[in-house]
Ligand binder design. Sequence first.
Ligand SMILES: *[C@@H]1O[C@H](CO)[C@@H](O)[C@H](O)[C@H]1NC(C)=O
Ligand SMILES: *[C@@H]1O[C@H](CO)[C@@H](O)[C@H](O)[C@H]1NC(C)=O
Ligand SMILES: *[C@@H]1O[C@H](CO)[C@@H](O)[C@H](O)[C@H]1NC(C)=O
Ligand SMILES: *[C@@H]1O[C@H](CO)[C@@H](O)[C@H](O)[C@H]1NC(C)=O
Ligand SMILES: *[C@@H]1O[C@H](CO)[C@@H](O)[C@H](O)[C@H]1NC(C)=O
Length: 374
Amino acid sequence: MFKTSIQLFLVFPFICSVSRPTVKLIIDTDGVYDDIRGLTIALTNQNVEVIAITTVHGGVTANQSAANVARLLRAIGKHNVPVFIGAQDSLVPKGPIQVWEELFGSDGIGGVPDVEPKTLPSDFNSAQVGNAVDAIINLTKSTKDIILVGLGPLTNIAMAIRKDPDISKRVKQVVIMGGNYLGVGNTQFNSTAEFNFLMDPEAAHIVLSSLHTTMIPWDTCFLKGPEYNEEVDYEESLNQKTKLSYFLSNITARGRQYNKASGQIYAFVDDIAVSVAIDPRIAVRNMTLCSSVELKKEAVARGQVTVDWLTTKYDIVDRAFKTSSNKNDANWLSQTFVTEYNVKRVNEMLIRAVKLSDQSTSSKLQDNIIFIAV
Ligand SMILES: *[C@@H]1O[C@H](CO)[C@@H](O)[C@H](O)[C@H]1NC(C)=O
Ligand SMILES: *[C@@H]1O[C@H](CO)[C@@H](O)[C@H](O)[C@H]1NC(C)=O
Ligand SMILES: *[C@@H]1O[C@H](CO)[C@@H](O)[C@H](O)[C@H]1NC(C)=O
Ligand SMILES: *[C@@H]1O[C@H](CO)[C@@H](O)[C@H](O)[C@H]1NC(C)=O
Ligand SMILES: *[C@@H]1O[C@H](CO)[C@@H](O)[C@H](O)[C@H]1NC(C)=O
């Protein structure tokens, strides 16, 4: 008895620091395969508590996104993370979603419903009652220091800000995969916008003009992707022979094939945003720029992030371009654009996630039990 209490006494602070998640995330997602990779990192990381996953239209519908998330939760064996469905269309309605099937498959995750864990009809009924926008508002009231991660079009986040502007004070940080700062586009030949921003430019505009965010712009994904390919094998996490590794390999197979055929590489995207939210040191180089979003209808630049380079100077100490003010004369707020990231670290997080997956639930459960018992 004596011995046990000594042990508990010694072990207690250690358990606290190890098993109590310190990073609290709400992840808003359109549920396509790179979102799923990012979610995998968050859901398996012992240091992370995923407070909720909210879904939005984008690469697929908000409902399909929720179903994809439900399937992932089954793949990981985590059933206690609430999923809320949000906006089905952009603020200025753009109509039905055309899924980019050659890249994403019909469901956004490769179109392989028979791969384990197989798609179930119940995946479409497993979301919580209640809207994602209200969930974001409510949960950021009941839980402090949430980091909001936006992996899809920003409709839900913009609506939440509109409905409750205080949200910007309640959240610890907002990390977004989306937008660009050099006009590198990824939608169609005549657009200089990034996909998530083009899917709802008005929402992106509301978010960027309401709060300071950390952005993983498409330029960084696109321009650094091939360069970083010399440092990591992007497919290493797909070759780990665990259940989750096979799952990720299967749902990305079509996309990888499509990228190869079109001379592009399969690289990290949404997984960078999730990794940076968990460990900010992964953002090894940033630019802080006053910026906005082009909204003009029919414009080639609709949805592109516009940057005020005149207020930007090179900071010799930080070796980075920076604006010295929080906003410029046009009220464009400063945003942090991650321009270089630690690709090895993201790769490690992903590999660790798929390796842990086979036992993560049981080990996590064990930690919790010890914690509660103490
Ligand atoms: C989305 O799913 C919900 C149930 O989760 C359902 O009530 C709603 O009709 C679905 N919407 C569409 C557009 O399929
Ligand atoms: C948010 O809170 C309101 C007010 O308490 C409640 O009516 C609503 O059901 C909640 N919605 C969600 C999705 O949590
Ligand atoms: C798909 O997963 C199965 C195991 O469920 C595995 O045997 C197969 O190699 C995977 N296929 C791909 C393309 O990764
Ligand atoms: C880049 O920005 C992130 C998020 O604001 C920050 O945590 C990180 O320290 C920055 N990195 C550098 C090298 O300044
Ligand atoms: C870009 O091309 C598409 C497809 O041809 C067309 O529908 C759209 O109007 C064009 N947009 C602009 C801004 O020229």
